[in-house]
Design a protein around this ligand. Structure first.
Ligand code: ZN
Length: 325
């Protein structure tokens, strides 16, 4: 439920009406961390499916929301997709039993994200409740320097998601983690903690893969269906082509599934293309599908596991391409 305070926020009141609708819609489709896919095609599909509103207009609203610091965009996940974090999501939205996010968190090492958290938390250290010393132009490090604290420490399973990140003085942050180390048994020293952090980061990376590849989250399903319809309305029967591709896959006994994210990217490309110049739909479709699949898996070369998957893909797709010519 959105807090009624939302409506009396002056800054929100200055937004164009359709932009405000889009922003509210984003609250609906964001996950419990306030994270949402942030492309004009996705937002159009989810929020304006019955409206004749141009992608250009939606892009301009996306810019307004970002320039006014309502949202911050970032690229994340193995597919390097665009996401946005709704900055005051947890302030205006009461969530009883938050579900863990399936989307990648904003990268906390990114300077823009770091600055966003400083502003979100109103330059106040959550440990001692005093102001931090912050100037974007001064690079001096002192005890009052801002730092990002993991409320649940990473070594105890805490995540980089916005609900677990709070602003703290560097000194407060350090003394807090010191206390935690002391409260543990003797063997858990600094280097052990660091090691655990690294290990956990690796595990997390591995864990992210299946969710990004299988992508069974409902909003993605819905977005894909809506995008397919838009593409179909443009006179390009993409469902038929996808089915033909799947049939080809079966004929070649290829068992992997193309992630929905790839089909979404294909739809987004078709929507941008002048179709009058396309002579034959299937080779054209296969060309984009190949490019988008490769893009998807090329960004996936972090671990051995994904390299193998990447290689499999390259072979299978080129194999299929031979059949498509
Ligand atoms: Zn402090």
């Amino acid at each position: 439920m959105i807090d009624p305070e939302f409506w009396s926020d002056e800054k929100i009141g200055t937004l164009p009406v359709a932009c405000r609708i889009m922003f509210i819609g984003m609250w609906n489709f964001a996950d419990d961390e306030g994270i949402i896919r942030f492309t004009s095609a996705f937002l159009k599909a989810m929020i304006f499916s019955y409206d004749n509103i141009s992608m250009k207009k939606i892009k301009s609203y996306m810019e307004i929301l970002e320039n006014n610091e309502f949202v911050i965009s970032y690229t994340g996940g193995i597919a390097r997709q665009k996401y946005a974090y709704i900055i005051n999501f947890r302030r205006y939205q009461r969530i009883d039993k938050p579900q863990p996010s399936k989307l990648p968190p904003p990268p906390i090492k990114n300077h823009r994200i770091f600055t966003m958290y400083i502003k979100r938390d109103r330059e106040i250290c959550h440990i001692c409740n005093e102001l931090i010393e912050y100037s974007p132009h001064i690079n001096r490090v002192g005890s009052k320097t801002p730092s990002l604290d993991h409320v649940i420490p990473k070594c105890k399973g805490g995540s980089d998601y916005p609900s677990n990140i709070k602003l703290a003085h560097l000194s407060c942050n350090k003394s807090k983690s010191g206390r935690l180390i002391n409260s543990e048994n003797d063997s858990e020293n600094d280097s052990c903690l660091r090691e655990k952090n690294i290990r956990e980061e690796n595990i997390k990376e591995e864990n992210q893969e299946p969710s990004a590849v299988s992508n069974c989250s409902q909003p993605v399903d819905k977005a894909l269906e809506s995008l397919k319809k838009q593409v179909h309305d443009k006179g390009f029967n993409i469902s038929v082509l996808i089915n033909r591709f799947k049939k080809d896959q079966r004929a070649r006994k290829v068992t992997y599934a193309v992630p929905d994210e790839v089909y979404i990217a294909v739809c987004e490309t078709v929507l941008k293309t002048d179709l009058s110049r396309i002579k034959s739909n299937y080779p054209y479709f296969m060309r984009i599908l190949k490019a988008k699949s490769e893009e998807f898996f090329a960004n996936n070369a972090q671990s051995e596991h994904s390299k193998v998957k990447n290689a499999n893909w390259a072979i299978s797709i080129s194999d299929i391409m031979k059949g498509a010519k």
